[in-house]
Design a protein around this ligand. Structure first.
Ligand code: F6R
Length: 607
């Protein structure tokens, strides 16, 4: 996820672009850059790291121009650094382009363009768009973009300016990630989200998927699918700037919960070939021979990422038949783990900077394991120390309570399990991938029922304790549901494998204790129903989560929440979303600081 901005008008363009980018820095901060058209030429300045580095570099370099583009980057293709920072030019220096998203067929296009003599100076998919547009550019930038878009596959938004245009113009495209145009008097703007525009205008046009827009200082025009001229409605925004950064949501956590269908899709996009039924990674860096030699896998993580690891054990053992051990980073380093030749240690971390996970990975490496990192932050420590990396493409996660990073980790682990299955020669069944394709819509469906979860929170927000129960692959989801509730609402909550309840926690049950029971799928449904009965028999309150007809559970549950059904191995991805929402609404009702709960930090870099 990156932030993009553009401006045409009479104001000083560089300070305006920098100011707008500041509002978008939450979308990524690996590098930043601006390009302006100045005396008929395109001038680009970029810097690695946060925006302040770019601002410092721009100071005193006297860059002035009549219009331009700016970008703050969250790396997906290519390490963070100036060479991969945007704006990127085409190989012939005719245009400059900024981009947010992923071009899935970038390798194929790159090969084609190389064969036609185009050169590449970065590792990005963005440069492929720049060269592609340039290859079609013959005096009409809009036309060139329209032709290039027909060749592109993936989810992307981009904006481009040309050094050859006679008049000030920006051409912008939306196909997935958001893009909004800001309308002014003799000036116009564009940005990834309205937060970047509010200081300058409140009249905006939200582009739809497939739209191509042409902006000049006096006019914006939009074509749907690049073909039909359309009038998108002008919306007057009353948001304050902070609200805008959160995309209009009250908290980052709620926004990030809503980002999940997109984050899930971005994590599997480009890695799955639905036609041939195969999975591949561009940054795994472990050869097939090395993968085939893997005898045992150690999954190392902390907190929510550790819960993802527990689900990962089910996935890898079931799909690939390779034994998996799961460890807390903080424990692994202080025992004497047995690591044998051919073992693979996988560090799972949103931030890639968690000290305990980093140390556990070091321990595994010192004992002879190859290292793999599943991580959300490009270039972070776990990725630098690993032999291979699988990035989750969740975009920056600002809320301290992890949500979209968790579901993206589950997708990355599912892909890893399928990849290993392929490598060990097990049959790849078509339904294993088809189920994945259905997930974003299933998660989206849960998000249409916010009032359910808010109402549930209203009823139980005063409870002192909660118990969360699950079995099999949903037992880690019970742990995650409990963790979400306790960390943001400060209500004591415990997650348990449901079968263990009778060995102790059952003593806690009385009429004050709500028990959240995850009863989806076929394998353990009847067992879960039995556990719910046990709770009811002791006057406990049962809140059931099911993918079945709620009628099937009304005799054993006080509340039944229905979720869409997907395959058993992917059901945890859907099941966790209502639990995130319930925790969120409960915390809001209790008036806690949802995005920055007390005593916690987003990235725990101490032991
Ligand atoms: C809980 C949460 C934490 C993190 C943990 C590991 O919502 O976010 O439990 O999961 O601190 O962080 P990463 O994944 O960055 O290593």
């Amino acid at each position: 996820m990156c932030g993009i901005v553009g401006y045409l008008g009479d104001r000083e363009v560089v300070p305006l672009l920098i100011d707008s980018l500041r509002r978008l820095e939450y979308r990524g901060y690996d590098s930043a850059g601006v390009v302006v058209r100045s005396n008929g030429e395109l001038k680009t300045i970029k810097a690695e790291g946060k925006l302040d580095r770019l601002a410092a570099k721009l100071e005193g370099c006297g860059l002035v121009g009549s219009y331009g583009l700016g970008h703050t980057r969250w790396a997906t293709h290519g390490v963070p650094g100036e060479r991969n920072a945007h704006p990127l030019s085409d190989g012939r220096g005719r245009l400059a382009l900024i981009h947010n998203g992923i071009i899935e067929n970038f390798l194929e296009l790159k090969t084609r363009l190389r064969a036609d003599g185009w050169e590449f100076a970065s590792d990005t998919d963005t440069e492929v768009i720049a060269n592609l547009v340039s290859s079609y550019l013959d005096g009409n930038l809009f036309e060139a973009v329209r032709k290039a878009v027909a060749d592109l596959e993936g989810m992307y938004a981009f904006a481009v300016i040309s050094g050859e245009s006679d008049e000030a113009e920006i051409v912008a495209v939306r196909n997935g990630p958001p893009l909004v145009l800001g309308l002014g008097e003799g000036e116009n703007f564009l940005a990834s989200d309205p937060s970047a525009l509010l200081a300058h205008t409140r009249d905006v046009v939200f582009l739809e998927n497939g739209d191509i827009a042409r902006l000049s200082p006096k006019k914006v025009a939009v074509w749907s699918q690049g073909e039909t001229r359309v009038e998108r409605p002008v919306v007057r925004l009353n948001w304050d700037p902070i609200q805008a950064e959160k995309g209009g949501f009250k908290h980052f956590m709620l926004k990030e919960i809503h980002d999940q269908p997109q984050a899930i899709q971005d994590t599997f996009a480009g890695r799955v070939d639905f036609e041939s039924g195969s999975v591949g990674f561009d940054t795994l860096e472990l050869s097939s021979t090395e993968i085939q030699a893997v005898r045992r896998i150690h999954l190392l993580a902390c907190g929510t990422s550790w819960h993802a690891a527990l689900v990962g054990k089910f996935l890898i053992e079931e799909l690939a038949g390779i034994p998996v051990e799961v460890d807390y980073g903080s424990e692994y380093r202080y025992r004497r783990p047995l690591v044998a030749e051919g073992d693979l240690a996988v560090g799972i971390s949103q931030s890639g900077e968690t000290a305990d996970t980093v140390s556990a990975m070091e321990t595994a490496r010192d004992r002879g394991a190859r290292l793999l990192s599943i991580c959300n932050v490009v270039g972070s420590q776990t990725t630098r120390m690993s032999d291979g990396v699988i990035y989750t493409h969740a975009g920056p996660e600002i809320g301290v309570a992890s949500t979209k990073a968790f579901t993206s980790q589950l997708i990355a682990l599912y892909l890893l399990a399928l990849y290993l299955r392929q490598q060990v020669g097990r049959e790849m069944k078509a339904e294993l991938l088809d189920d994945l394709a259905r997930l974003p819509a299933a998660v989206g469906e849960v998000l249409t029922r916010l009032d359910h979860y808010d109402e549930l929170a209203r009823r139980y927000a005063e409870a002192q304790d909660f118990l969360y129960l699950g079995r099999g692959i949903n037992y880690p989801i019970a742990l995650e549901g409990a963790l979400k509730l306790k960390e943001i609402s400060y209500i004591h909550a415990e997650g348990y494998p449901a079968g263990e309840m009778k060995h102790g926690p059952i003593a806690l049950i009385d009429r004050h204790l709500p028990v959240v029971a995850i009863a989806t799928g076929r394998r353990v449904f009847e067992k879960m129903r039995g556990n719910m009965q046990e709770v009811r028999a002791r006057d406990g309150i049962v809140i059931a989560l099911t993918d079945r007809d709620p009628e099937e559970l009304t005799s054993v549950a006080d509340e039944v929440l229905q979720v869409p059904r997907v395959s058993e191995l992917l059901q945890p991805v859907v099941n966790v979303v209502p639990l995130q929402l319930f925790a969120y609404f409960t915390a809001v009702r209790r008036g806690t600081d949802v995005d920055q709960p007390r005593n916690l930090a987003k990235s725990v870099t101490v032991e």
